[in-house]
Design a protein. Sequence first.
Length: 118
Amino acid sequence: MTLHTHSRGPVRVLDAPDGHDVIIEGRLDVHTVPDIRDAIHAVIVLGPGELRLHLGSAEIGDATGLGVIVHLHRRATRAERRLLLVDASDRTTRLLRGCRLERILAPRHAPTVAPLTA
């Protein structure tokens, strides 16, 4: 059940009883990362629960896009929230594996979600 929906640039946030669903659309690169980072920082401080990052319609365009996902994982962990990657593309999954980040950022295809553990 969705309580509220709000949007900021390429980020759409759905408030749910058990956390927040953050849907990112388009490219994650040096041009879009500031808006994405700021929007998700605002969601992290909204309260407890899972933070589900939906990447099905997103494409990591450069190292900045990958770096923001790692940064958000660390930020969520400090706020005692669990960041989950949902429905990451095959390209994103290969990129995480190639950078050896799959241990921290282990994406799964929807409806299954993967917890990000440090």
